[in-house]
Design a protein around this ligand. Sequence first.
Ligand SMILES: NC(=O)c1ccc[n+]([C@@H]2O[C@H](COP(=O)([O-])OP(=O)(O)OC[C@H]3O[C@@H](n4cnc5c(N)ncnc54)[C@H](OP(=O)(O)O)[C@@H]3O)[C@@H](O)[C@H]2O)c1
Length: 232
Amino acid sequence: MTTIAVLGAGQAGSTFARVAIAAGYDIVIANSRGPQTLKDLVAQLGPRARAATAADAAAEGDFAFAAFRYAPHDSLPVEELAGKVVLDNNNYMIWRDGNHPEVDSGLKTVHELRQEQLPTSKVAKAFSHIQFHPRFQIRVPSDALPALIRLARPAGAPDRTALVVSSDHPDAVGLVTGLYDELGFDAVDNSPLSESWRSAPGTPMWRHIVDGQSREELIRNLQRAARHTPAG
Ligand SMILES: NC(=O)c1ccc[n+]([C@@H]2O[C@H](COP(=O)([O-])OP(=O)(O)OC[C@H]3O[C@@H](n4cnc5c(N)ncnc54)[C@H](OP(=O)(O)O)[C@@H]3O)[C@@H](O)[C@H]2O)c1
């Protein structure tokens, strides 16, 4: 049985937890305020979920899904995540997070900064361009589902879409590729983390965030990205 530490219990973390449980994973979920604030969510998620502090969740997880924004002075469970793959689904949103000069200058991507925060973990940018909420314009009833559920298709389906992964660690890319496949998506490897600006908000691939893109379209859109700052 594989346990995923879900760090962040907002829109992204809670939706990911629901989808991962449906795929057969156990979940230990955490937010910044403490497990006592997650009782209702855990009751909704059912017996395969429990709440913990971020450190306890990180210690219990075989790997982690980090669903919270980057901040330079975050205190993260570095020791508990040592040696583990950490999926980083953050996007660099200046309006929300403020400016980070290293990212704005193009020196580093926000995911390299996360890797620096977790130097003994294997950080992978993943699940960053799939929406964890309903489609803003509801055209058919399934549009009310989060895109992570709405766009999922079995392997080989003609309308299967693809998600990007970037990491400095090949085994992290392998883990994410397998997880994408299990959850209904093809994968495109856009490694290393220094290349992850190609899937940042505002890039060509980002225009397809609502209804997804095929593997071939995603590869083409990543190649078409031009680097101008900010480059998350
Ligand atoms: N929502 C989407 O559709 C979507 C799509 C792609 C990517 N993303 C990315 O996913 C991340 C989360 O977005 P969201 O929409 O889920 O935000 P959100 O609803 O505001 O949730 C953020 C969650 O992170 C928790 N948190 C903050 N710092 C933490 C820490 N150090 N350790 C553990 N938990 C922490 C918060 O806990 P408290 O409430 O206790 O402070 C909250 O549960 C963002 O980086 C966003 O760019 C979101």
